[in-house]
Design a protein around this ligand. Structure first.
Ligand SMILES: [Zn+2]
Length: 232
């Protein structure tokens, strides 16, 4: 999978954690393969796995490992049965950690873009990316005005995603990041398959075509954005 990614021009990857139980495995992976960069965080969809003391453990991991980012963290109000109050608490604590350690945050925001934007504003002094952005152009603008980047992947390859495609076509390139969210979010033409990082090149080509720009222009700009945000 890595060889295919490298052949497709994907030279480095951020691999975000989802729960404390996977941190050790992720660390070992990124030590073995230095082109992979770990981010540590407690993902809202795995809320039932998290315990308050995992936030203390996360703090230790961040202090010891100095990851490229804190995340994924965020809010998911799309999936039923995930306590909103608990989600908010885990998010706020992780944002405070990101601020304390001056690290970017990788945010998951599903049906929660306005609330996340408001929390970012209240805490202040943060930077990061809202990955797989799925809001409106106005919500996007609020985020990039605060200096936040927006990540786009497989969903923009579908013609029916008109709102997202219009955002990608018009937004300032300096706030755009490419992602695949592998193994999730398969691209158009790959429905039902496990997604993988090599297909980032197709995300890049789709975005270039929507912007009527060169693939190289989009690749270079988004790579520079990535280096600027994550420091590699
Ligand atoms: Zn996510």
């Amino acid at each position: 999978m890595l060889a295919r990614a490298r052949r497709a021009g994907v030279h480095a990857q951020v691999v975000p954690a989802i729960a404390l139980s996977g941190f050790e495995k992720l660390r070992a992976l990124c030590v073995a393969e230095p082109t992979l960069h770990a981010a540590y965080g407690l993902h809202p969809l795995y809320l039932r796995e998290h315990r308050p003391e995992h936030l203390d453990a996360l703090r230790d991991w961040i202090e010891r490992e100095r990851p490229v980012a804190v995340g994924e963290c965020g809010l998911d109000f799309y999936v039923d049965g995930l306590d909103a109050g608990m989600q908010r608490n885990y998010l706020r604590r992780q944002l405070e950690l990101a601020k304390e350690f001056e690290l970017p945050v990788i945010l998951h925001a599903r049906r929660a873009v306005d609330e996340i934007t408001a929390v970012l504003r209240i805490i202040g002094g943060l930077r990061g990316v809202v990955h797989s952005f799925s809001g409106s152009i106005e919500q996007a603008r609020q985020l990039w005005k605060m200096g936040f980047l927006l990540g786009f992947g497989g969903p923009i390859t579908y013609e029916r995603a008109r709102r997202l495609r219009a955002i990608v076509a018009a937004m300032p390139l300096e706030f755009l990041l490419l992602e695949t969210d592998s193994p999730d979010q398969p691209l158009h033409g790959h429905q039902g398959q496990r997604n993988e990082p090599a297909l980032l090149a197709q995300v890049c080509a789709a975005i270039a075509s929507l912007r009527t720009a060169d693939v190289e222009t989009v690749a270079e700009a988004t790579s520079a954005n990535c280096r600027r945000l994550f420091g590699f």
